[in-house]
Design a protein around this ligand. Sequence first.
Ligand SMILES: Nc1nc2c(ncn2[C@@H]2O[C@H](COP(=O)(O)OP(=O)(O)OP(=O)(O)O)[C@@H](O)[C@H]2O)c(=O)[nH]1
Ligand SMILES: C[C@H](OP(=O)(O)O)C(=O)O
Length: 216
Amino acid sequence: MSDTVDALVPFAPDRPKTRLSDALDTAERREFAGAMLSDVLAALRAADFSPRLLTTEATGRDVPETVDDRPLTEAVNAALADHDPSPESPLAVVMSDLALATPRAFARLRRDGDDAGDVVIAPGRGGGTNALLVRHPEFRVDYHGASYLDHLRVARRVGASVREVDSRRLATDIDERDDLTEVLLAGDGAARDWLRDAGFRLDAGDGRVSVERTRE
Ligand SMILES: Nc1nc2c(ncn2[C@@H]2O[C@H](COP(=O)(O)OP(=O)(O)OP(=O)(O)O)[C@@H](O)[C@H]2O)c(=O)[nH]1
Ligand SMILES: C[C@H](OP(=O)(O)O)C(=O)O
């Protein structure tokens, strides 16, 4: 396997993070999604991945990108077909909202050896699939819903072995207001800084840790 592994990072800057609408307005969601993406790209690079955005519109960022406005599953499957993954040329698919991800956590996806796995899955809390590393040419994705279970089924159908990465940092995707607590507790990058600058603070007032916004 070459030293650097290609990593596709789906990104939808046109309608970012709608489930955070109760915490952030549209412009803020765009900025915060961009900050999380910056953290993910930096951690991937530090773990020797070579990231490429799969984005619904051009971002102007200093990273290679493919613009594809088809729905997520269709766009990722087109990229998988195009890449034709193999043990010598794997393709990772990593979501852009993993604000706690570290180089060390991403490095766990790309372990070599006999038990490396034809498909490596880092499940998200709640049944999603936050990161994949695909070495099998016939594996295809089916996102949304309990995609983790769907991906286990797809792997079984095409005869691909599965290795699972059980990592709190990869399992924590930032979708809802409560998830912002995790960013303030365990993040150390641009997303954590963005939240602090926007006035978000941890609040342990009633014994349960949550976030409060001290100013708009
Ligand atoms: N290229 C592409 N990326 C997408 C699309 N939908 C979501 N994404 C990205 O896929 C990842 C997971 O997205 P989700 O958390 O399911 O959805 P989201 O759009 O970020 O947020 P919600 O609007 O709250 O569902 C994130 O990196 C998104 O930017 C899409 O249609 N095309
Ligand atoms: C893309 C989707 O993300 P979620 O809706 O679980 O955040 C999934 O992982 O299937």
